[in-house]
Design a protein around this ligand. Structure first.
Ligand code: BTN
Length: 250
C-alpha cells in the first residue's frame, strides 16, 4: 500500500480530519498525523488525552468488502501495531486486550478506533483506522484517571524512539498485514491475534457503557472478532466490540 502523510501540529481529532477528507473523496492510504489533538476520542465516546509526545494518527482505507467484515480490520490493526511495538521495543510483554487495546503490564500503551462509513447502497464507502500510541507523552501531566491506566512506552521500556520512527514502522507492518488479510483471509490474522492476546482464558465482566451486563470466562474469539464469554452456569454469550467493553477479574 502506498501511504501519503498529511502532517499537522494540532487538530481536533485525526479521525475527524480523516473523515472530512474521505468525504471529499480522499483515496486509500492517506495518513493524517498530528503532534497533538484537542478533541481526541476513543471507543464509547471516551476522551483520549493527546498531548505532544504521543503518536496520534488515522489511516483512510477503502476496502471492497461486505460491511460485516469491517470488524476484522480493527483486529488486524491491533495485530500489526502489536507486532511492530514488540519488535521495536524488544518485548513480548506487549499484549492485545480484546478487542484491540495494547497493554504493557496492565497499562494501556495503544488504543485503536476504527470507524466505517457506508454508501447509500449500504456498501463500505471508507474505513478510518485511528491509532493512538503512547510513545512518550508527559505522563505526569495526564489526568489522574489516565495516569492510573496508561503508560508511556519509551519511559517504561527505557528507549528513545521518536513518533516518526514508530509511525514508519507501524505503516510498514500494517501494509504487510493488510495485504496478507486481503490475499489469505482472516485466519492468519486471528491466529496472530490469539498468539499475542491477554484476554482469552481470563475472568471478564462485559460492560455496556458503565453497566455490567455479563460476567464469566472469555473462552473464544469467533471469525468476526466477537468475544465468547461463558458464565458459571455454563451459559455462553457472544459480544461484538462495537457496543461493549470489558474489565478483568470479576
Ligand atoms: C480507545 O482506546 O478507545 C481508542 C482510542 C483511539 C485514539 C486515536 S488517537 C488518533 C485517532 N484520533 C482520535 O480522536 N482517536 C484516535
Amino acid at each position: 500500500m502506498q501511504f501519503q502523510l498529511q502532517k499537522y501540529s494540532s487538530v481536533d481529532s485525526t479521525n475527524a480530519v480523516a473523515h472530512r477528507m474521505a468525504e471529499q473523496g480522499a483515496e486509500e492510504g492517506i495518513v493524517v498525523v498530528a503532534d497533538r489533538q484537542t478533541g481526541g476520542h476513543g471507543r464509547m465516546q471516551r476522551v483520549w488525552s493527546s498531548p505532544v509526545g504521543g503518536l496520534w494518527f488515522s489511516l483512510i482505507l477503502r476496502p471492497q468488502i461486505d460491511p460485516r467484515y469491517v470488524a476484522q480490520i480493527t483486529l488486524l490493526a491491533g495485530v500489526a501495531v502489536a507486532k511492530t511495538l514488540r519488535n521495536l521495543y524488544q518485548t513480548d510483554e506487549i499484549r492485545i486486550k480484546w478487542p484491540n487495546d495494547l497493554l504493557l503490564e496492565d497499562k494501556k500503551v495503544t488504543g485503536i478506533l476504527a470507524e466505517m462509513q457506508l454508501t447509500e447502497n449500504q456498501d463500505v464507502d471508507y474505513v478510518i483506522v485511528g491509532i493512538g500510541v503512547n510513545v512518550d507523552p508527559p505522563m505526569d501531566d495526564m489526568p489522574e484517571e489516565v495516569k492510573a491506566k496508561a503508560e508511556s512506552l519509551n519511559r517504561s521500556l527505557d528507549k528513545f524512539y521518536s513518533c516518526e520512527t514508530v509511525l514508519d514502522a507501524i505503516l510498514k507492518e500494517f501494509s504487510k498485514t493488510y495485504q496478507m488479510w486481503q490475499q489469505d483471509g482472516n485466519e492468519a490474522v486471528l491466529s496472530l491475534w490469539k498468539e499475542m492476546n491477554c484476554t482469552l482464558g481470563k475472568r471478564v465482566t462485559v460492560l455496556d457503557e458503565d453497566r455490567e451486563v455479563f460476567s464469566g470466562t472469555a473462552v473464544a474469539l469467533d471469525a468476526e472478532g466477537a468475544l465468547l464469554v461463558q458464565n458459571e452456569a455454563g451459559r455462553e454469550a457472544s459480544f461484538n466490540f462495537g457496543e461493549i467493553s470489558i474489565q478483568y477479574g470479576k
